[in-house]
Design a protein around this ligand. Sequence first.
Ligand code: NAI
Length: 286
Amino acid sequence: MTIERMGVIGGGLMGSGIAEVNARAGLDVVLVEISDEAADAARGRIEGSLRKAEQRGKITADDLATTLNRIHPTSDLGALADRQLVVEAASENEQVKLDLFTKVGSILDDDDAILASNTSSIPIVKLGAVSGRANHVMGVHFFNPAPVMKLVELIPSLTTAPATLDRMRSYVTDSLGKRPIDATDRAGFIVNSLLVPYLLSAIRMYEAGYASAEDIDQGMVLGCGHPMGPLALSDLIGLDTIQAIGESMYEEFKEPLYSPPPLLDRMVDAGLLGKKSGQGFYPYDS
Ligand code: NAI
């Protein structure tokens, strides 16, 4: 029952990292993007990340070539048919994910294949309901950057079978060498429930003209020992993703601290999405 053939849907920030982690662990990976161009771009991102790992002496040139050869980028969802596990990491948009779970649920040949979502805030139970295989659907929430961060949140829904959770726990621990924690199917799970209100508070502080972006970030780096300040971290995560997570959490709990502030909405409208778009609270080389 060991998972050897897996698929990833979405090859953005998270999907490309998840594909890399799996390929480095020796799994065969089909990576599905929205178009052939986007699939090529995802492959380019993975190659860039592997080159950095090679330069740092973490992998050899041979490892790089072998790992890349295990990843098959495509725009064809049908290529997922023979997979034992699919991790969906498409944009944080409920309708996009519902469409994908509806389609992929009927594409998988193996009745025991697991369909997991890397969503940060969308109810897992809804994704299970449309998939036609709710007992084989759960959340598996990786952290950014996936090749570096050890943590994975495991999120069974009300309809996930215990055997699905067991299988995912041994996949995360034994195959990927990561550390799972168990969360409940509530928007934000454990980490984002604590992190997102903090990031939104920092954005509100900046929006109010209380302090500069640099000083807010330095305050938390030098004053609290965080490796990165909240505005730089927001840029790294992606402002559109934070907005979507905040909206889902607000919809679920009606807690004002979760509601995205107007500045965040305007930045997303303007295409200022953070590091991935070249500009957020700070500028980045594209
Ligand atoms: P992103 O915006 O970097 O990438 C999303 C990718 O999904 C894009 O490349 C897009 O072309 C692709 N996509 C959209 N619709 C698709 C479809 N129908 N079929 C195939 N591909 C499709 O977003 P990111 O940051 O990678 O987020 C992806 C998921 O991971 C979201 O659910 C997000 O909440 C979650 N997440 C994000 C984290 C972060 O730090 N950014 C951390 C942990 C989870």
